[in-house]
Design a protein around this ligand. Structure first.
Ligand code: ADQ
Length: 425
């Protein structure tokens, strides 16, 4: 038994090793939980991000961190395998075919046990433990067995599929048993919660749409915005996409919509910036997605660009958060077109970056964000004509709609999200 009254358990620790030192990783979850961790003498249990590295618990940025070691086999079977090649595609409604592999499942059980044991060692008598996301669905049950005295919450950051899809999983009963160790499970949308409740009503559930740390999106200096727009040729319409390079995000679909509009002459004087963070590149479907996106970009620029004036400006790297604000502020139209997405924080970040209510958001109906940001130009990414119509609509933006969404996001930030979940727990 440890002495932490509050324990967060997540696949990753909220730090990245840069050279020989650590930096707090960007992201709302750390921002939201750091104050709670400090106030309640808490700790964060997670993998530090380097394969095979074993570290003693350490303090960083005022948070105490409890590292869990993952070796090469764990990484390949638990992380790339079961988490990202089985659960990720299954929970995102089979955009690609999930793989069911007994070795990966065995590793998932083993690694979940490592996390549960680390949390059991860290938690004080009667502590509150908050487990995060699809990689750790067995932790609640394992932890409750080791430590019946603790209160366990779980939040699922990605969608929960309809029962007919979930039933495909050979280990569906084990997953449900694992989750039954929870005192409360939080979902992003009512539909995720409803899907889960069709399988079991033995657990308390709730819907808690996650949000952003609005203060992280700095208001961009006007000269930076002007410089960025000039760099892409001061187009009438500057379009933007910001995503992890993932097949769920519908990056190719928005490119095809732009290409089709250019072909029809329905869009002119346009530039499109696509920022894409490299992601899960050892997995075949991710490599195919990247190849298809890059091929489309090359084709569009070849067909419609000019020397010194491409249509699509593409960066396949992570951009620092302070620069991201300039891209958001400069964009006339933000394209968020996932086939399926738990929430999509990019949509909320864009809205937060427009305090003057300029700009327009094109948003997929299949993103969790569409529930709250229902004043966006909504589209169905499975229907190219629908994406095209939303883009055309967004070329004549409506400030009232943007104002409404901006105010909503500023009021419902990630701190409010964490507070509402923990109060309910
Ligand atoms: P993700 O699938 O990673 O998260 P998202 O919610 O959009 O998706 O968050 C991505 C974050 O990464 C954003 O904060 C964004 O700013 C940043 N990012 C993306 N591309 C970037 C780039 N090129 N450079 C710098 N930063 C970049 C999962 C679920 C989501 C859910 C979140 C939180 O899939 O549905 O909203 O968790 O619960």
């Amino acid at each position: 038994m440890g002495d932490n009254e509050f324990v967060v358990v997540a696949n990753r620790l909220p730090v990245d090793k840069v050279g020989d030192h650590y930096e707090v990783s960007p992201g709302g979850l750390v921002a939201a939980l750091a104050p709670v961790l400090r106030a309640r003498e808490g700790c964060w249990v997670g993998w530090p991000g380097n394969i095979g590295e074993t570290l003693e618990p350490f303090e960083f940025g005022g948070i105490s961190l409890v590292p869990v070691t993952l070796d090469q086999n764990d990484f390949e079977r638990f992380y790339e395998g079961f988490s990202n090649s089985t659960l990720w595609p299954l929970y995102h409604d089979l955009i690609v075919q999930p793989e069911y592999n007994q070795e990966w499942w065995d590793s998932y059980v083993e690694v979940n046990r490592k996390f549960a044991e680390a949390a059991a060692r860290a938690a004080a008598d009667g502590a509150t433990v908050w487990v995060q996301d699809y990689q750790l669905q067995l932790v609640p049950g394992m932890l409750k067995e080791l430590r019946p005295d603790v209160t366990v919450g779980f939040f699922l950051h990605i969608p929960f599929p309809a029962p007919a899809l979930f039933q495909q999983l050979p280990w569906r009963n084990e997953i449900l048993e694992g989750l039954k160790g929870c005192d409360l499970i939080g979902f992003q949308r009512n539909t995720d919660e409803d899907n889960f409740r069709l399988l079991t009503q033995d657990i308390r559930t709730g819907t808690f749409p996650i949000s952003i740390d609005a203060s992280e999106i700095a208001v961009a200096p006007e000269e930076d915005v002007a410089k960025l727009r000039a760099a892409v040729g001061n187009p009438k319409h500057l379009l933007l996409g910001v995503d992890r390079m993932d097949y769920t995000k519908g990056i190719l679909q928005r490119l095809l919509a732009i290409e089709s509009l250019l072909e029809e002459g329905a869009l002119d004087d346009v530039a499109f910036i696509q920022l894409a963070t490299p992601s899960r590149e050892r997995i075949e479907h991710y490599r195919t997605t990247r190849k298809d996106v890059e091929e489309a970009i090359g084709r569009i620029n070849g067909r419609f660009g000019d020397v010194g004036r491409p249509i699509v400006h593409y960066i396949h790297r992570s951009v620092p958060k302070e620069k991201l604000g300039t891209f958001y502020a400069a964009a006339d139209i933000m394209l968020v077109t996932p086939f399926k997405d738990g929430m999509n924080l990019v949509a909320k970040e864009y809205v937060a970056a427009h305090p003057n209510a300029d700009g327009a958001l094109v948003l997929s109906e299949f993103a969790g964000a569409a529930v709250e940001l229902n004043q966006a130009y909504l589209c169905n990414p499975f229907d190219l004509e629908s994406v095209k119509a939303a883009i055309v609509g967004a070329t004549e933006p409506d400030a009232a709609r943007m104002r409404h969404m901006h105010d909503w996001v500023m009021e419902h930030d990630v701190a409010a999200w964490a507070q509402s979940f923990l109060e309910e727990l």
